[in-house]
Design a protein around this ligand. Structure first.
Ligand code: NAI
Ligand code: SOE
Length: 379
């Protein structure tokens, strides 16, 4: 039996909570013979580290990630700090021979993402990025129907990721609103999830055209002009972008935190030559499905309720309500499997760097008002 000792860096925040629960669940179903030891929780200062380690049931705490990464007995470094610090910690952990799980977005900066991809590719350790939603059982079901030909060729993908935090005047952790720390803004923070899903299900995004909206949070007014946004160095609060995929499919995407009533809504429709699927994270155990092959008098959408016959559905009975923590655990379970079986993690640092390139393309297109080819976006 392999014992895998995990250190979590930044474990006192939102993702510290989700990953601590995820690590506690992952071994139950990992079916690999491995056991997980929640060994060390690292936080920015000692009091926060001590309190979080106690609350979330980690063996030890530390306020120095470098000292923890240097320890011989740590196998996995799980990075859940804000994105601006991901590159430094991940590259150091890979250099120390650790398996690395890093939260999304891989980082805020394309040059750093390229360095992280390079470090991961040179290392024999397993690395993976926390685009958790692609691991939900409903998404695995859609992926199956694409891979086995049930849905046919993807034609059009339309996705929304909407939240209300901006509309309510809230800032979720200060770093998200700060230039530098917050990356682009909503495109990088929540838009990255729907880019990852599109890349996973439909294929590589080839080119992008975008418009973005930024608001002065103190003003009860419409979006700033592009000039005002650039001059004031505002982060994006809303973004709309259209894409062409390498396989000929087309897509449209929307992300905003100014959507009153939307707490955390991630939604997409995918039309294919053989049928259409619709997914709404707020009903994460369901897929709406219509197949072209349906009998003429039975056409229209049916609701498929996920159940024990679907991969990645953990319960012996449908209708149990799997959600965010199941998803956090599923992605860690797959990461553990990759370690034990000596396979690459997915999504990889290369996948997440490609997503970062798309984010950068969205920002450049919004500035230039031109279509931007993703392969031509360099740091
Ligand atoms: P947060 O602000 O709640 O937590 C971050 C923690 O990192 C804080 O407790 C902070 O004290 C700690 N920290 C910062 N610098 C540190 C350092 N040098 N050493 C040790 N600790 C340090 O942030 P949150 O929401 O947990 O986000 C963290 C990451 O997770 C981000 O990359 C974010 O995009 C991602 N995220 C992913 C989600 C998902 O559904 N996949 C959901 C929420 C966040
Ligand atoms: C932002 O509000 C946020 O916490 C993102 O950072 C996560 O990635 C998303 O899953 C939920 O919303």
């Amino acid at each position: 039996m392999t014992e895998i000792k995990v250190a979590i860096i930044g474990g006192g925040g939102f993702m510290g909570y989700a990953h601590s629960l995820g690590w506690a669940l992952a071994p139950i179903t990992a079916d690999t013979g491995a056991t997980i030891r929640k060994a060390v929780l690292v936080e920015a200062d000692e009091d926060r580290a001590k309190a979080a380690a106690k609350r979330l049931n980690w063996d030890e705490w530390s306020a120095d990630w470098r000292e923890v990464i240097a320890r011989d007995d740590i196998d996995v470094v799980d990075i859940v700090t804000p994105p601006a610090s991901h590159a430094e910690i991940a590259i150091a952990a890979l250099a120390a021979g650790k398996h690395v799980f890093v939260e999304k977005p891989i980082t805020n900066d394309l040059a750093d993402a390229d360095l992280m991809q390079d470090a991961a590719e040179k290392s024999s350790a397993v690395s993976q990025v926390g685009f958790n939603y692609r691991h939900a059982a409903a998404i695995s079901f859609v992926k199956h129907m694409l891979d086995d030909g049930t849905l046919g060729h993807p034609l059009q993908f339309r996705a929304h990721y909407t939240q209300d935090v901006g509309a309510l005047g809230r800032v979720l952790s200060g770093w998200r609103a700060k230039k530098g720390a917050g990356g682009s803004g909503v495109t990088g923070d929540i838009g990255s999830h729907i880019i990852d899903l599109a890349s996973y299900l439909v294929g590589d995004i080839e080119s992008v055209t975008a418009i973005i909206g930024a608001k002065d949070p103190a003003e009860n007014s419409a979006w700033l002009s592009d000039d005002q946004r650039r001059e004031g160095q505002y982060l994006d609060d809303a973004a709309l972008w259209m894409t062409k995929f390498s396989n000929g499919a087309i897509g449209s995407f929307a992300a905003t935190v100014y959507a009153s009533g939307r707490k955390n809504r991630m939604f997409f429709e995918l039309e294919c030559t053989g049928g259409t699927v619709e997914f709404d994270w707020n009903h994460s155990d369901e897929i709406k499905l219509s197949l072209v092959s349906d009998k003429p008098d039975q056409q229209g959408f049916r609701t498929v309720s996920l159940n024990e016959n679907h991969e990645d559905y953990w319960y012996p009975l449908g209708g149990m309500g799997s959600g965010y923590i199941d998803d956090a655990a599923l992605q860690l379970q797959k990461f553990v499997r990759a370690i034990v079986e000596g396979r690459a993690g997915s999504p990889s640092f290369a996948d997440a760097t490609r997503t970062q390139r798309v984010i950068e393309a969205v920002m450049r297109s919004a500035d230039s008002h031109q279509w931007v080819n993703v392969d031509e976006v360099t740091a």
